[in-house]
Design a protein around this ligand. Structure first.
Ligand code: NAD
Ligand code: ZN
Length: 367
């Protein structure tokens, strides 16, 4: 009951293993592939209390000595300060390049730990043990790592591919329900980009994905494969990797408009609203059928995700402000924006000259 997705990026191919119990087996899986006898585990307080002892024991059982760097949960840990603490701790423990940095946690820990691994001793072996659904289907695949700065999110970082990804699907049982649902929005995204059959499968099987078991493994594996295939064709996002941003332009604007207040809106919820809006906007532009937009909305609602800016608690700024957040996020040239739009379910495309005035008029509807 373990699925394997192989990611082939040049000479450095690596496996993503997906299934229950992988944290228990982590030591053996790592020892079978990597030479290091020492490791640094980077994790956050929430994940440490649920899963760190099992990982430490598993490493110890195969003779891998580990140090732990434990950071505070949340986006703020993707900072220069936390980066420095982690780097110092690893150097103080005298880890060498052949040793291993292990990320045990969600996307925050994965992005931070991956960046640490990319810079310490000019690049150490890196293993991802993603514990949130978002991290298992999205952030642990593709090699983007980094931290945030006062100028914006993810502006400092590196491409650094892991040597192995261990997605323990049982670890998701301790993830808060809201975080699971938010990660599920990214799963839906892969269906909407270019796999209409996967979207239809999710409409039928989402309850089983939420409750665990083989449908969960299948959904995660299909998502990883979808992301891996896109990244293999376009590692550095010069073209089609941008499709993975479906729902993210509107989503990021809403996250910014709520001041990144996770109590009001978490990333995946912003993406859910963004995907619903991208489909509605595509229908409005006569690119896609309104029936497809309705179908997307109805699936997202069925699982309990929001689909409209009006679903966000509290006051939101109006269309003017939302558009200026969008313009900050995207390059605007002569009043035109680049958006991921769609011709229907599973037919997303990069639209390079979307008139800002149309977007503005569309957003007005939600004031
Ligand atoms: P996160 O890492 O903050 O995790 C969400 C919350 O769940 C945290 O409080 C965490 O402590 C907790 N948690 C995680 N796993 C748990 C578990 N098994 N049991 C109990 N609690 C658990 O957030 P996230 O949604 O996983 O990731 C978001 C981050 O990922 C953002 O910083 C985003 O920029 C990044 N990201 C990166 C990429 C990429 O390609 N590198 C892609 C998408 C997102
Ligand atoms: Zn996302």
């Amino acid at each position: 009951d373990t699925a394997t997705v192989s990611v082939g990026l040049g000479a450095r191919a690596y496996d993503i293993l997906i299934g229950p119990g992988l944290i228990v087996r982590a030591g053996a899986e790592i020892a079978a592939r990597l030479p290091g006898t020492r490791a640094a585990v980077i994790t956050d307080d929430n994940v440490a209390s649920a899963h760190l002892p099992v990982l430490q024991e598993s490493l110890g059982a195969v003779g891998i000595d580990s140090v732990t760097v434990q950071v505070r949960p949340g986006e703020r840990s993707k900072s220069f300060e936390t980066l420095q603490e982690a780097v110092d701790a690893i150097l103080a423990a005298r880890l060498e390049r052949r040793d291993t940095i292990i990320a045990l946690g969600g996307g925050v820990v994965g992005d931070l730990a991956g960046f640490v691994a990319s810079i310490v001793r000019r690049g150490m072996n890196f293993v991802q043990v993603p514990t949130s659904l978002l991290a298992q289907v999205d952030s642990s695949v593709g090699g983007k790592t980094g931290i945030n700065t006062a100028h914006g999110k993810n502006l400092v970082g590196a491409f650094h591919q892991p040597r192995l990804v261990l997605a323990d699907t049982a670890a998701l049982d301790t993830l808060p329900e809201r975080e699971f649902r938010a990660g599920y929005a990214e799963v839906v995204k892969y269906g909407l980009i270019n796999q209409p059959d996967f979207f239809a499968w999710l409409e039928q099987n989402w309850r089983e994905v939420f409750s665990g078991g083989s449908a969960r493994i299948e959904a995660i594996a299909r998502s990883c494969r979808a992301k891996a295939e896109t990244v293999e064709r376009d590692e550095r996002e010069t073209g089609e990797r941008a499709l993975l941003n479906l729902g993210h332009t509107f989503g990021h604007a809403l996250e910014a408009a709520t001041g990144y207040d996770g109590a009001r809106l978490v990333h995946g919820e912003g993406v859910a609203i963004g995907m619903a809006l991208a489909h509605r906007f595509s229908a409005r532009m006569n690119l896609a059928s309104p029936d497809d937009a309705a179908r997307v909305e109805s699936h997202l609602r069925a699982v309990g995700l929001p689909t409209s800016p009006k679903d966000i608690a509290g006051d939101l700024p109006g269309a003017d402000a939302l558009l200026s957040y969008i313009a900050q996020d995207k390059k605007v040239s002569r009043g035109a924006l680049t958006f991921i739009l769609t011709r229907g379910i599973g037919q997303a495309f990069i639209a390079k000259d979307v008139p800002a005035s149309e977007v503005h008029a569309f957003l007005k509807e939600f004031e």
